[in-house]
Design a protein around this ligand. Structure first.
Ligand code: ZN
Length: 199
């Protein structure tokens, strides 16, 4: 999980949403269109750091709404501003299908547990890639909302993982940077093959 959409009894993905074998054709088409608007691996924006947000205006709130919609259409559970080409410290996530979208502006990890867990993650910017990533199980995060109000989030499990995955994006870090050498090599092969097929 990371930004992908978790499927029943299947490995979770973070901002992804890959592996929807029996996806309704209309939903699948919408998802493809959404993915085409998400920055894909190879674009330097994914390796760049976002800047703190200092202006909390209607434009920011509109950007949050656009990112939330795109994440939903891509069947993702998280999306960071880098993934839409914006170098700003902003992310959205929605772990449960029915829960409201959370938007975190300028998030900072205040505390993370010593307890770590390995889980398979995917990413909306790394189509077809799933790798094991070890992360703290619990985190406490300070952030602001779209109005600049301070918020404190105590998250565990999937929510903690998604937040950390998206926060990595804001620092230009990808799951490829957090997995084993072997899995990274395999993932790079998959990404290269896709590029060749698309070309
Ligand atoms: Zn991602």
């Amino acid at each position: 999980m990371s930004d992908e959409h978790p499927q029943d009894a299947e490995p979770l993905e973070a901002d992804t949403g890959e592996r929807e074998p029996q996806l309704d054709p209309e939903l699948a088409a919408r998802r493809r269109a959404a993915l085409a608007r998400i920055v894909q691996f190879g674009d330097p924006v994914l390796k760049s750091k976002g800047q703190d947000i200092t202006v909390f205006d209607d434009a920011l709130r509109a950007e949050i709404a656009r990112m939330a919609e795109l994440m939903d259409e891509a069947l993702g559970i998280g999306l960071a501003a880098n993934q839409v080409g914006r170098l700003k410290r902003l992310l959205v996530y929605k772990v449960e299908p029915d829960s409201p979208v959370q938007a975190l502006v300028n998030p900072r990890i205040e505390w993370s547990s010593k307890e770590q867990e390995v889980f398979e993650e995917g990413c909306l910017s790394l189509s077809g890639v799933l790798v094991d990533v070890e992360r703290p199980v619990h985190v406490r995060v300070r952030a602001q909302d779209g109005n600049g109000e301070g918020m404190l989030i105590e998250a565990s499990g999937l929510e903690a993982r998604v937040i950390q995955h998206e926060m990595d994006h804001l620092d230009g870090v990808l799951i490829l940077d957090r997995t084993s050498r072997d899995q990274r090599k395999q993932a790079m092969r998959t990404l290269r093959e896709q590029l060749e097929t698309a070309a």
